[in-house]
Structures are given as structure tokens and as C-alpha cells.
Design a protein around this ligand. Structure first.
Ligand SMILES: [Fe+2]
Ligand SMILES: [Fe+2]
Length: 213
């Protein structure tokens, strides 16, 4: 594989630009929105608010995934690992854009705390990355498995009529499973306790807050 060489300054500027786009802008998806094939069904106010709360959690999850992968890529020693992390982050951009589209359709908005979620996740990603590339990828596997688990919860909890949100979550779930599998193949190590438990606790807190804010 042809790996592009970049200077630390290039990377810093690239990271800053990506952070601003993720938090403030609307990075475009490269793939079509999976909801495009599903008709919009009118939801009542309670259903719409609940669906929006769940999709805001998913949007925050994608903001965090972007930041985790960029933070890890910033300190990855192996250029192939860095490329792997940045490629995964690119697919998360599609998820981010699809969730943002759905939030708009539901007359809602992304989390007001996105700058905070991004900064915290970037720092955690960089710290995890400093432990080395095998751990780095182990972190990807754990993150993807936890995202898959909360997508499953949301698929159960969404209003039955909300086929558009459901189509997005099903496509995301398939991608997250692929991201986990490819990180495993690339040499991920299994994270020691209590790291997975701490990650699950942080994700639980995020979900509780992002449902409303
Ligand atoms: Fe994702
Ligand atoms: Fe993913």
C-alpha cells in the first residue's frame, strides 16, 4: 500500500480542520443516505421527540468515534495503523451526516455539547494511542462493539413507524461490525479490565445527557 508521508504540522492542521467540520459544520456523506428508500411517516410529538433523542445519541456517538480515531491516529507510530484509523473515521463521517439529516427531518438538532464530547474523546483516543498500536486497535474493537450494542437497543426502542431512522441504524450497525472485524484482523489486542467497563460507564453517561441536550 502506498502510504502518504505527512509532517506533524500537516497532521495538526488536518486534525483541527476535521474537528471544526465535525462539531460545527455538516461534513458530507460519500454514500447515499439509507433512509432515502423509506417513506416519511408522520409521528406524533412524543414519538418524534423520542426518535430525535435516540438519533442525537447516535450522532454524538459518531462525533466521539471521529474524535477517538483522529486522536489515536495523531499518535500512532505505524503509518499503516494511522491510515487504518483515518479510513475508519471517514466511514463514520457518513454515519454522522445521515444522523444529522435525520435529526433535521425530526425538527431537532445535534447535541449542544458536541465540542465537549469531541475534545474528551480526542484526548482519550490520544492517551489510548500512546500505549501502542495493538492497544490502539483494541480500543477500536471495543468502541465499535459498544456502538453496535447501543444501536441494537435503539432499534428496539424506536417508534415502530420510524422506518427512516431504522434504515440508517441498520446500515450503521453493519459498518460498525465491519470496522471491528477489520481492526481485529489488523492486530488488535484485547483491552484489559477495567478499561471496557470504564468505557461502558462513559458511554452510559453520554447517552443519558445526549438524549436531552
Ligand atoms: Fe459509526
Ligand atoms: Fe465504526
Amino acid at each position: 500500500m502506498n502510504v502518504r508521508q505527512t509532517s506533524p504540522l500537516d497532521r495538526l492542521l488536518g486534525d483541527a480542520q476535521r474537528a471544526l467540520e465535525t462539531v460545527l459544520g455538516a461534513p458530507p456523506a460519500l454514500r447515499a443516505n439509507p433512509a432515502d428508500d423509506e417513506a416519511e411517516i408522520v409521528l406524533d410529538d412524543d414519538q418524534r421527540r423520542h426518535a430525535a433523542g435516540l438519533m442525537r445519541i447516535n450522532h454524538v456517538g459518531e462525533v466521539c468515534a471521529q474524535a477517538l480515531y483522529c486522536g489515536q491516529a495523531a499518535v500512532a507510530r505505524d503509518p499503516l495503523t494511522r491510515e487504518h484509523l483515518l479510513a475508519a473515521a471517514q466511514e463514520e463521517t457518513d454515519h454522522l451526516a445521515w444522523c444529522a439529516d435525520r435529526l433535521r427531518e425530526l425538527d431537532s438538532r445535534p447535541s449542544l455539547l458536541n465540542p465537549l464530547w469531541y475534545a474528551g474523546s480526542y484526548a482519550i483516543g490520544a492517551l489510548a494511542g500512546l500505549r501502542g498500536d495493538g492497544w490502539n486497535l483494541g480500543f477500536v474493537v471495543e468502541t465499535e462493539h459498544q456502538v453496535e450494542a447501543h444501536i441494537d437497543e435503539h432499534l428496539d426502542s424506536l417508534p415502530a413507524a420510524d422506518a427512516r431512522s431504522r434504515a440508517i441504524l441498520q446500515a450503521m450497525k453493519a459498518d460498525e461490525a465491519r470496522h471491528a472485524a477489520s481492526a481485529e484482523q489488523a492486530g488488535a489486542r484485547i483491552l484489559p479490565p477495567p478499561v471496557p467497563t470504564l468505557m461502558a460507564a462513559a458511554s452510559k453517561l453520554m447517552k443519558a445527557v445526549a438524549y436531552r441536550l
